[in-house]
Design a protein around this ligand. Structure first.
Ligand code: OGA
Ligand code: MN
Length: 199
């Protein structure tokens, strides 16, 4: 498969963020969605927690999503290809952005109807290893009125962009620079979110 990582890297250099709708081919999106649904049918998703280590707890007033880390999901052709692509992307980012990301981690996320994730930063003092956030949306026939938009701000609280979770939308941003929130979704919302991490 051929991926235009350089355009994404250029956007990250110029703006700090990127969004596109056709980065991943449709068959791979279908397979990833199939894997997400399969894992969910087997009740393998768990409520996402906030905080770190032993201080982790479920706070539904902050985030209401359920997640499954790919590292714990077992081997699927879809996630294997996705991780291969993202690791190739990681090497391009290291070269183009002079980063030193040593790994890529990712989880599927399901936001049940009427859930959200309040404004937060992905990189902070408790989680200093996240360099780049990536999200891929797996919602079929999504309509803007269904909610669940990703709202991105800069560090001065200026609105940067509102991104609806359309089928195949691929979003990346520099984890330390963009506070963001997931608005309340009125339908079940599917995504695959990951981070380029330093050690
Ligand atoms: C996250 C997050 C955004 C989204 O999981 O940290 O901000 O649009 N997700 O799902
Ligand atoms: Mn986040």
């Amino acid at each position: 498969m051929n991926f235009d990582f350089t355009k994404v890297a250029e956007d990250l250099i110029n703006y700090g963020w990127h969004s596109s709708l056709d980065f991943f081919p449709n068959p791979l999106l279908e397979d990833l969605r199939g894997t997400l649904l399969h894992l969910n049918e087997n009740e393998l998703f768990r409520p996402a927690k906030v905080g770190k280590g032993i201080k982790q707890k479920r706070v539904a007033e902050i985030r209401g999503d359920w997640i499954k880390w790919l590292s714990e999901a077992g081997d699927y052709p879809s996630t294997k290809i996705y991780l291969e692509v993202m690791n190739e992307f990681r090497l391009v980012l290291n070269r183009e952005l002079l980063m030193a990301a040593s790994e890529f981690e990712a989880h599927f996320a399901i936001y049940p109807k009427n859930t959200f994730y309040k404004k937060h930063l992905d990189r902070h003092k408790n989680n200093p290893h996240r360099l780049i956030t990536t999200t891929l949306y797996l919602n079929k026939n999504y309509e803007d009125k269904q909610g669940g938009a990703l709202i991105v701000e800069d560090l001065h609280k200026n609105h940067v962009v509102t991104l609806n979770p359309h089928w195949g939308r691929f979003v990346c941003f520099i984890s330390s620079d963009f506070p963001h929130e997931v608005q309340t979704t009125t339908v079940e919302r599917y995504s695959l979110t990951g981070w380029m991490r330093s050690r």
